[in-house]
Design a protein around this ligand. Structure first.
Ligand code: F3S
Length: 369
């Protein structure tokens, strides 16, 4: 309660409001580190429990696929963290796309902490959430409330910048690159993006995840008919901006990556179906690993496609992703991905070189002809 009240005071809230759900990030031992474990443990020892629906971001490995390849001490620490979250009453969701498991209600207030999920919830699903930090989301899960500030208030959800898209966006990589390009310019300003045509929900997911990575943007408007009363600052995105951003997110000229990774943010059922069908009867090359990441419930639902994917030699991982696991300890030095967010983070978080390319090219690289 002290954490929530203090944050409310800092950000000018006059009250706490009830929330429908909480999503906590900082679950992977790799990103969480040592320091918060005692705090989490103290809460669990004090018998604290979550009071609302509460889900968790990916942890650092898939227990069935990666655990045995990682150093034992890291696996043990991760299991300890998961066990503490379990005692606190969190669902063992371990996904960054909790909205594929349960879609939040339209207009519901949430306290979510995964930036790609926050921006998707606000912009696409019509829920209302600030980008929480680990401790504030944890506190909100226990109390069931969050400070009434930021984009919990209608006046703070209005667009501040009008973005005209003067480039044709061909695939998920272009949408991700648009997100990275805009995120760097916008910082935390909410854009009204005009001229997005024929895009899928997954394209919006890629764009949002990238926007929230390169900037502090927690919401964007993209539908027709958004009411704008004040004069907005204007930005036009040109084809060269997208091209340059895609090129910059590839840091190596090596044609052969050690890992091809798809599923950042975690795949939807539709994406898994698309990947399985695109793989067909082809097999993964013996000198390349191919990971597809999703949540456990989506993998369950996708059973018919999972067997097809696994027959190719690709691995359908749950509970984790390439960014939050220790790829360097698995001997992975180069990662090819169709996710601009992964390409943006991998050089620092994975100490890896990157190749950003659309799914079609990722498959062409990973599979034998
Ligand atoms: Fe999710 Fe990992 Fe990407 S947590 S958003 S798949 S970096």
């Amino acid at each position: 309660m002290k954490i929530l009240v203090k944050l409310g005071e800092i950000f000018g809230a006059s009250r706490l409001i009830p929330i429908e759900s909480v999503h906590v990030s900082g679950v992977s031992y790799k990103t969480l580190g040592e320091a918060p474990i005692d705090f989490l443990e103290a809460l669990a020892d004090a018998d604290e429990k979550v009071s609302v629906e509460a889900t968790l971001n990916p942890q650092s490995f898939d227990p069935e696929i990666l655990a045995e390849r990682l150093p034992k001490n890291l696996v043990e620490m991760q299991l300890k963290i998961c066990e503490i979250f379990d005692r606190l009453g969190f669902q063992k969701s371990f996904t960054c796309t909790p909205y594929y498991i349960k879609r939040p209600s339209k207009g519901a207030h949430l306290a979510w902490a995964e930036s790609s999920a926050v921006i998707y919830a606000n912009s696409v699903l019509g829920a209302w959430t600030n980008r929480e930090g680990g401790p504030s989301a944890l506190a909100a899960a226990i109390i069931g409330k969050t400070p009434d500030c930021g984009i919990h208030k209608a006046e703070n959800r209005k667009p501040k910048v009008a973005v005209e898209i003067g480039a044709s966006l061909e695939n998920e990589v272009d949408y991700g690159a648009l997100g990275i390009f805009l995120g760097k310019i916008l910082e935390d300003k909410i854009p009204l993006i005009k001229g997005l045509k024929n895009l899928s929900l997954e394209d919006l997911k890629q764009m949002g995840a990238a926007l929230a990575s390169a900037g502090m943007v927690n919401m964007f408007h993209y539908r027709e008919g958004v009411e704008v009363k004040e004069e907005l600052e204007k930005i036009t995105v040109e084809p060269k901006d997208i091209k340059k951003t895609v090129a910059e997110l590839t840091t190596t000229s090596t044609p052969k990556p050690d890992l091809v990774f798809v599923g950042c943010p975690h795949c939807s059922l539709r994406e898994i179906k698309k990947i399985a069908n695109a793989i067909g009867n082809r097999k993964v090359r013996s000198d390349i690993e191919f990971w597809i990441c999703t949540s456990r419930p989506i993998k369950e639902k996708a059973r018919a496609y999972v067997s097809k994917i696994e027959a190719s030699g690709a691995k359908l991982l749950t509970d984790t992703c390439a960014v939050v696991t220790w790829t360097d300890k698995l001997g992975i030095k180069t990662i090819m991905t169709n996710s601009a967010k992964t390409a943006y983070y991998a050089p620092t978080l994975n100490k890896a070189e990157t190749i950003l390319a659309p799914l079609k090219e990722c498959l062409k690289t990973a599979l034998k002809e």
